[in-house]
Design a protein around this ligand. Structure first.
Ligand code: ATP
Length: 917
């Protein structure tokens, strides 16, 4: 095939387009030809443009208020001729920037790699067969079949459409969906008016369409303008925002303290240069230099841990928000259940038939009262099964002796049931070729097809039983004769099947005249003949049952949303363990519609199951829950779920069964479509937050202690117990070698026995704030105390300062052990469960020995070798801090146990709302 860059595809007939592209509508390309074209045109991928260049991202590392202080301090120190200090401060800032930059690049790469895990597939026709291929393997000339929910994978010339609408906002900015057709257009039509073309990166919002690919990858319209579409940056997470606010506050506080310290020193009669250095030391000591890098690392580790548990995060704040989730609204089919449908019971001609066998293997039989039922003797049954085969868009294939569904499991179950009765689909299809169809859409809850048959035309319809029965006037009796329908009996049969947890589909037919060629909604609205019901089971996923129980104990409510019948939904909910003494079990979508405002909020709070629920209603459901302060995770897979996914705090899309539109709108994609994965992600989210809190609780007392030690010296008019370069050594070294290892802490036991975290809650709650204060004071007492001791016994100033540096570092090491768990003791979490931590401690210990004994370190950092006695004093202080914090944790854990015992006796206080407070 030649390159056809100059062709105006919208201006030519489809036949000409196919000829130019050397393709065939019925057969598509051959696999061999497709392979050759892939080699020639390259993969169907758009080169990513518009990313922040690396150098700019590196410079941005310096764009932080706290770093400004350090850079200015370094410049002034240089101006004062303090070259060593100036250089060390600058080198530290540089190292900090390099670490931050590397971490950010790594995190970004990880996120990009994750986004590739969600592979987009497209349906194509090749070698005369329909099949799914990864979108990147698409080539010009391929015939692509699209339906609502799909992302258009390349630029196409449409060859046929049915109710086909496309959201082209990604390309044109226009958010109203555009109706498409397949007729040729005037050559001068502008891009937005080229209604017979579908463009890559746009989304199909309704209908079906078929087209031939004329451009892939960078050659598509989206590829041409890709450099204009800048990458949307990840918004800062709530925690990042809080930390930024906290940093700004600290900036002013530190500046104010530095000015006060400077003034007090001058008043004491110190030289301005000395006081300037003291003020710089104070600022340097108080700044937690490692904090921004630690936040990035912990979040990145959280994202990869979630990916390992099959939850792909598309939006970074979701990592944190997950930990605060109070309600999970989940679809039933495929998420809480296996989505493996098996017809178990059929009602036709007033009789009930049992179907044996399970799964998709067509082995089993139809029975009536324990005896084999022959379809030759039951005409209504035969018609009901035939309708199930004809009004069907799916098929079964046997691969390596396993039966696989291509399409919808509900429909596959109907084919299996027909085969068990001895009906062959191929014969039925040949005898009744399809002329037109109305595809199944969740909001209509039916599907209908128009068929040719000898001497006439026949419409078959299948769908949700309640509506379909109401549209029938006749029914086939057991001999196959049309008689008036006994609606009461039909509804009773539906309820009987639904009460056993079965999804019930009803079937109907209608004869029409030979001149019928198209099928409209009006043709299947009335006067139908009822053929029967097929009831199928879809077993709950065992892991979903366990996950629901775990959510319960974590104070998270689970609500099931389904398009299924109320009675079916209720039966399944019971099997999954969704009933709750506080919640009336189920409401239908219709009942839901009748409520508004506060009444609606009350209703949704108190209901666990929403049945016959339309996707559009999900949005109101999320809003009603949010009005009560809930943090809502909502699952969805279809086009109409997108608004609810966007509105929810965590929109969850299905990786396998979900449409591209839903994935686009979601914050998280489940690669296995499984409810248990949501629960796993919530658990990881809680773990991430815990580890961030641990880092903060660990780092702040050091900074506070250092600043207070210096302030004490300045106010008392004594020599500085520690120099700026030494502070930087501690802060940087300890953050990199010790603090970041907390990110690798395994999740704590009992993580899913706590209530959800209130997102409005401050970074540190009162007990943790008090602990931080206590340790700050201990650092001050230890550092200043040992400094005075050394000075008192006449040690040189360098030695006394080396003692101070070591006491702070060793307190940090021992306190790090306390911080491994905010609640539990180190014994209960396993001494060696975090090997990184011990490696970090060993490295930091070695670094301290170097700092104390290596001559070049002594020269750079004004340190001096210490004797054994000094070490004994240092280690005594560090161990004392460890013991004191251990006792404080023990006392708090005991009072927590008492509190949770109290909570357990008043559970309603557990999962209360947050936002409204
Ligand atoms: P979920 O529980 O995941 O929200 P669902 O599978 O329960 O989804 P839908 O797929 O919207 O919900 O199905 C709703 C109803 O529509 C079903 O109870 C059934 O009666 C009917 N239905 C489902 N699939 C088909 C189909 N392929 N053709 C005709 N009717 C169908």
């Amino acid at each position: 095939m030649k390159a056809n860059d100059s062709v105006r595809w919208h201006g030519i007939e489809t036949a000409e387009a196919l000829q130019l592209l050397e393709s065939d509508l019925e057969r598509g390309l051959s696999e061999a030809e497709a392979e050759a074209r892939l080699a020639k045109f390259g993969p169907n991928e758009i080169t990513r443009h518009g990313r922040t260049p690396e150098w700019k991202r590196f410079l941005l590392q310096f764009h932080q208020p706290l770093v400004y202080i350090l850079v200015i301090a370094s410049a002034i120190a240089a101006g004062l001729g303090e070259w060593v200090d100036s250089t060390v401060i600058f080198v530290v800032v540089l190292i900090n920037a390099i670490i931050g930059w590397l971490q950010e690049s790594k995190a970004e790469k990880a996120l990009t790699a994750l986004s590739r895990m969600v592979v987009t597939e497209v349906t194509v026709r090749r070698d005369g067969r329909r099949g799914r291929i990864p979108s990147r393997e698409l080539v010009p000339g391929d015939i692509v079949l699209l339906q609502s929910g799909d992302r258009v994978p390349a630029d196409l010339r449409l060859t046929s459409v049915r109710g086909f609408q496309v959201d082209e906002s990604a390309l044109t900015g226009e958010s109203v969906p555009v109706h498409k057709h397949s007729d040729p257009l005037a050559l001068d039509a502008i891009l937005a008016d080229r209604r017979n073309l579908a463009f890559a990166a746009t989304l199909v919002t309704a209908g079906r369409g078929e087209g031939v690919v004329w451009a892939t990858g960078d050659k598509t319209e989206a590829g041409r303008i890709a450099w204009l579409i800048s990458e949307a940056a990840d918004p800062p997470t709530p925690l990042m925002r809080k930390i930024a606010e906290f940093s700004r506050l600290m900036l002013w506080l530190i500046l104010a303290l530095a000015v006060v310290a400077f003034a007090v020193g001058l008043w004491h009669g110190e030289k301005p240069v000395t006081m300037y250095l003291a003020a710089v030391a104070l600022a340097v000591g108080a700044i937690p230099e490692g904090l921004p890098a630690a936040v990035t690392i912990v979040l990145a580790i959280g994202v990869s841990r979630m990916a390992a548990r099959r939850a792909i995060i598309r939006n970074l704040p979701a990592v944190e928000t997950l930990g605060s989730t109070t309600v999970v609204c989940s679809d039933k089919t495929g998420t809480l259940t296996e989505n493996e449908m098996t017809v178990q019971e059929i009602f036709a001609g007033g009789l009930f038939f049992d179907v044996t066998g399970s799964g998709y293997e067509p082995r089993g039989e139809l029975q009536i009262d324990g005896h084999i039922a022959r379809i030759a003797e039951h005409n209504a049954l035969a018609e009901c099964l035939k309708a199930g085969v004809l009004c069907n868009d799916s098929w079964l294939v046997e691969k390596e002796s396993r039966w696989i569904v291509e399409g919808d499991p509900t429909e596959a179950a109907l084919i299996v049931a027909a085969r068990k009765a001895g009906l062959a689909e191929a014969d039925i299809h040949i005898a009744h070729p399809r002329l037109d169809s109305i595809p199944f859409e969740s909001e209509h809850q039916f599907m209908a097809t128009l068929h040719h048959r000898v001497g006439g035309r026949m419409i078959y319809k299948k769908g949700a039983a309640e509506q379909l029965i109401e549209r029938c006037s006749n029914a086939l009796d057991s001999t196959g004769t049309a008689v008036p329908l006994d609606k009461g009996q039909a509804h009773e049969a539906v309820d009987r099947m639904a009460a056993r947890g079965m999804r019930v589909l009803a079937f109907a037919s209608r004869e029409v005249a030979l001149d019928h060629h198209r099928l409209e909604h009006g043709h299947v609205a009335t006067d139908l003949t009822f053929l029967g019901l097929q009831g199928m089971i879809d077993p709950p996923r065992p892991e979903a049952i366990r996950a629901v129980a775990r959510c319960r104990s974590a104070g998270i409510r689970v609500k099931m949303i389904t398009g299924d019948h109320l009675i079916t939904a209720r039966a399944i909910a019971r099997q999954i363990g969704l009933e709750d003494e506080r919640e009336s079990l189920a409401v239908s979508g219709r009942e839901f519609e009748r409520h508004e405002g506060e009444a609606l909020a009350d209703l949704v709070e108190g209901t666990a199951v929403f049945a016959r629920f339309a996707p559009e209603q999900k949005l109101r459901l999320v809003q009603a829950l949010q009005s009560r302060g809930h943090i809502v995770a909502m699952t969805g897979d279809g086009v109409n779920d997108a608004p609810a996914l966007k509105q929810a705090d965590i929109g969850v899309a299905m990786g396998r069964g979900g449409t591209d539109v839903a994935k686009n709108a979601a914050d998280m994609v489940l690669t296995d479509d499984n409810f248990a994965t949501i629960e796993a992600a919530v658990e990881e989210g809680r773990g991430v937050f815990d580890n961030l809190t641990k880092f903060i609780v660990w780092t702040l007392p050091t900074n506070g202690g250092e600043a207070l030690t210096l302030l004490a010296a300045i106010f008392l008019g004594t020599t500085l117990p520690i120099l700026p370069v030494q502070l930087l050594w501690i802060n940087m070294g300890a953050a990199a070698l010790l603090g970041t290892t907390l990110a690798f802490e395994p999740k704590e036991q009992g993580l899913m026995h706590r209530p959800p975290r209130d997102p409005g809650q401050p970074l540190l709650d009162f007990p943790l704030f008090m602990r931080t204060g206590l340790v700050t004071f201990l650092v001050l007492a230890g550092a200043y105390g040992l400094f005075s001791w050394e000075i008192e016994r006449g040690a040189p100033i360098d030695e006394a300062r080396t003692v101070v540096v070591n006491v702070i570092v060793f307190v940090e090491i021992f306190y790090l052990l306390n911080c491994r768990s905010l609640i539990h003791s180190i014994r209960s979490i396993g001494l060696f469960s975090n090997r990184w931590l011990w490696a970090g401690i060993a490295a930091m210990g070695a670094a301290q020995l170097g700092f104390t004994y290596l001559p070049f370190m002594n020269a750079a950092f004004h340190s001096a070798p210490l004797d054994a006695d000094a070490w004994v004093r240092i280690l005594t202080v560090a161990v004392a801090v460890w013991l004191i914090v251990g006792i404080e944790k023990w006392i708090r854990a005991r009072s927590d146990v008492e509190r949770s015992a109290e909570l357990a006796s008043h559970p309603e206080t557990m999962a209360t709302s947050h936002r409204s407070q």
